[in-house]
Design a protein around this ligand. Structure first.
Ligand SMILES: CC(C)(COP(=O)(O)OP(=O)(O)OC[C@H]1O[C@@H](n2cnc3c(N)ncnc32)[C@H](O)[C@@H]1OP(=O)(O)O)[C@@H](O)C(=O)NCCC(=O)NCCS
Length: 202
């Protein structure tokens, strides 16, 4: 699990965030508190509309027809972009501090973690580094998969249940395992549109 998001100046995507953090501005503190409130409380309440409204207020760009189920945790809300008809399952971790861009008709199943931050393991300073994650149209990230910083899953890719994607996933490729490797491919004429079903208590 990622460390708690704190109201510090965030590093640019792809670049290590080094040195002492700048003092947070009042706006950053408000953003931090509203995001913390979402992760502590709002995300667990029944009612999709409240979750979507709160996240939009936090600066998440969310397309129409997108649904987010209960228990999802968001870090770096302003760097998170979800396209149209994206389905986000239960208890997903969206650590967008390095930027997460999700396309259209993407299925992110329950308990998935998208992690754009890490530490520099070979550095004496153990700095935090961030890099963006890109998930293109018609990708399915299956239950309990994890996608690490800097990974791009190209159109129609599938990251199988429990896989850890450490490298880019090519278009229409199914990957599985730890680290994820190719196990199959999908047909290229994918045309489905995910239909938003919002059960009242979920
Ligand atoms: C991705 C998935 C659908 C399999 O796709 P597929 O291309 O049809 O794969 P197959 O079932 O034909 O299996 C192909 C190979 O990958 C292996 N494999 C399948 N899923 C795997 C996984 N999650 N991890 C590791 N290996 C896996 C199979 O054992 C098989 O190996 P083999 O060739 O040595 O026998 C499935 O594994 C998966 O991840 N399901 C997720 C279910 C889920 O998240 N449900 C909840 C939301 S709806």
């Amino acid at each position: 699990m990622v460390e708690a998001d704190t109201p510090v100046a965030e590093g640019k995507a792809g670049a290590p965030a080094r040195g002492r953090p700048a003092l947070p501005s009042p706006g950053a503190i408000v953003q931090f508190l509203l995001q913390a409130l979402f992760n502590l409380l709002i995300t667990h309440l029944p009612g999709h509309w409240l979750r979507l409204l709160w996240l939009r207020l936090l600066g998440v760009r969310i397309g129409s027809g997108t649904i987010i189920f209960r228990g999802t945790t968001v870090f770096g809300a302003r760097e998170l972009q979800l396209g149209e008809r994206v389905h986000v399952g239960f208890r997903v971790v969206l650590d967008a501090r390095g930027g997460i861009r999700v396309g259209e008709d993407v299925n992110i199943s329950s308990d998935v973690q998208l992690l754009t931050a890490r530490h520099a393991v070979h550095s004496p300073e153990f700095e935090r580094e961030v890099a963006p994650i890109v998930i293109e149209d018609h990708v399915w990230v299956a239950t309990r998969a994890m996608v690490l910083a800097g990974v791009k899953a190209a159109r129609g890719a599938v990251i199988a249940a429990g896989a850890i994607a450490t490298r880019d996933v090519p278009e229409l490729t199914v990957v599985a395992g730890v680290p994820a490797t190719a196990t199959g491919s999908r047909r290229s004429d994918l045309s489905y549109r995910l239909v938003a079903r919002r059960p009242p208590l979920y």
